[in-house]
Design a protein around this ligand. Structure first.
Ligand code: ADP
Ligand code: MG
Length: 472
């Protein structure tokens, strides 16, 4: 269809979106509506760009009638809305296979749109930094209720390193986006100010480098490197537990940077209060600034994440299959993504579209809910006691010290959550306790979760560890 200059419905379209924005959640807006742009109009119809056929199907199904009605109210005429898949944004499979160049270079428009739709300001240049994964940027990070505090803090830090939130620590279980977020800070700082020295390092590499330099008697070099950075990003500091020498060095690095108002950001798989074998003074440094948790995403956010991943790879899987994945994989984004990738690989190798049945068959090992029966009491007791550094014998003992009571209650709670065991059976496994003790423990944990914001992430983390363990 050729654009007709006489029919410019664009201002009506803008008003339509504005009204819908006022009447939908931020999440819906970001996910579905913000990327619909005006293309052209004719007497009786309006053509709207959508980024992919997946979007077209979803948007017309979910919002087709409300869009048409709102538009009619505004322009006084019923217009037929045509969705046009904008090929400059997302390419077809055929195009992808004949293509080898870098995605960002070819799709500046797309990356900018993705960024706008996350609510972050856009800048088109793409930073490169040897330690940073180019995919881990704010543009590709989907914001939901589970992570908006963390994402906004990260973004604010990147815009004003060393000032507002310094230091900052993001914590949460495996695969919830800690690395993605901390690296996004690096990219964004780099984009805004390429003169600043940014170092991203995992706590493990930091440790290895420290030991290596110490062995080679090149500590001055190590100190020079880390004490001259403007933005220091250290991932996975839980690795530092028990590493006293490295803790000591990090403590001094921290002080040097902090005093000269350099930005420091950490990530950790649990709240700092639960780290063991950490010197008090380093612990107090970690706790000094802002500590924010990342939680597992809700269903809508999980869908938004997969859609964004599909766009980044320029592949397409049907909405029903996406929904199937998102309903069955609830705890962790990494698992969500690997399920998607498996189906994409299947479809590419077998040259077949992925139906619901194929997806169910291919992903049966990814969907853990059906294998709950295999979870044993021993496994949960072991994982919980390892995490809290108590023995399983203590969990089953009559001891009622604080150090044992909480882990015991958590283990009981997780057993109730993940297995079919009755409270009587569970009580029996904990040194022959009464079923009312188990019920009481579960109630205690539930009410404590409401007041102690660190508890739920900890429990989710433990549940994930249990599930990961049975999968492997
Ligand atoms: P963590 O460091 O917490 O274990 P990662 O940052 O490695 O987790 O995230 C695991 C995967 O999930 C990565 O591929 C990351 O891009 C993706 N991911 C996690 N959260 C999000 C999100 N909110 N939006 C987009 N991708 C996400
Ligand atoms: Mg990580």
């Amino acid at each position: 269809m050729k654009s007709d200059e006489n029919w410019d419905w664009s201002s009506f379209w803008i008003e339509t979106l504005k009204q819908l924005r006022d009447n939908t959640t931020e999440q819906e807006w970001v996910m579905w509506l913000s990327s619909l742009t005006y293309n052209s109009g004719s007497e009786n119809s309006i053509k709207i760009n959508v980024p992919s056929s997946f979007y077209r199907d979803q948007v017309s199904q979910r919002y087709g009638s409300v869009l048409a009605e709102t538009l009619e109210n505004i322009c006084g005429k019923r217009l037929n809305i045509e969705f046009f898949v904008d090929g400059s944004q997302i390419k077809s499979k055929a195009e992808i296979s004949s293509e080898t160049q870098d995605a960002e270079e070819n799709h500046p428009k797309k990356s900018a749109r993705a960024m706008e739709s996350t609510g972050f300001e856009t800048k088109r240049s793409v930073s490169s930094h040897s330690q940073l994964n180019p995919d881990y940027t704010f543009e590709s990070f989907v914001i939901g209720d589970n992570n908006s505090f963390a994402a906004n803090a990260a973004y604010a830090i990147s815009k004003n390193p060393g000032t507002a939130y310094n230091p900052c620590l993001f914590y949460g279980g495996v695969g919830l986006g800690k690395t993605h977020l901390i690296q996004s800070i690096g990219h964004s700082v780099r984009n805004d100010n390429s003169d600043l020295k940014i170092v991203y390092v995992t706590a493990e590499s930091f440790t290895n480098e420290f030991l290596d330099m110490l062995g080679k008697k090149k500590m001055h070099q190590f100190k020079n490197k880390y004490r001259s950075v403007d933005v220091l990003l250290i991932d996975d500091i839980h690795f530092l537990q028990n590493k006293e020498g490295t803790q000591e060095e990090l403590f001094h690095t921290f002080n040097a940077l902090y005093e000269s108002k350099k930005q420091i950001v950490f990530t950790c798989d649990r709240p700092v209060s639960e780290l063991k074998n950490l010197t008090d003074r380093l612990r107090s440094r970690f706790e000094r600034g802002l500590n924010v948790d990342l939680r597992p995403p809700d269903l809508e956010t999980r869908q938004a994440i997969l859609i964004k991943k599909m766009e980044a790879r320029r592949v397409s899987i049907s909405p029903e299959v996406i929904e199937l994945i998102c309903k069955n994989i609830t705890s962790n984004v990494r698992d969500l993504e690997s399920a998607l990738l498996k189906l994409v690989a299947y479809s590419e190798l077998v040259h077949k579209d992925v139906s619901i049945d194929i997806a169910k068959e291919q992903l049966k090992d990814h969907f853990t809910d059906t294998i709950q029966i295999n979870i044993s009491v021993d496994l949960i007791q072991k994982i919980v006691s390892d995490y809290f550094n108590v023995s399983t014998a203590d969990l089953k003992s009559k001891k009622r010290t604080k150090a044992v009571t909480l882990p015991r209650q958590i283990a009981m709670y997780i057993l109730r959550e993940l297995t079919e065991y009755s409270t009587t059976e569970i009580g029996y496994e904990f040194g022959g306790r009464d079923h009312t003790t188990v019920m009481h423990a579960c109630q205690r944990i539930e009410s404590r979760m409401k007041t102690d914001s660190t508890l739920e992430p900890t429990i989710n983390n433990l549940i994930r560890t249990v599930k990961d363990d049975i999968k492997s």
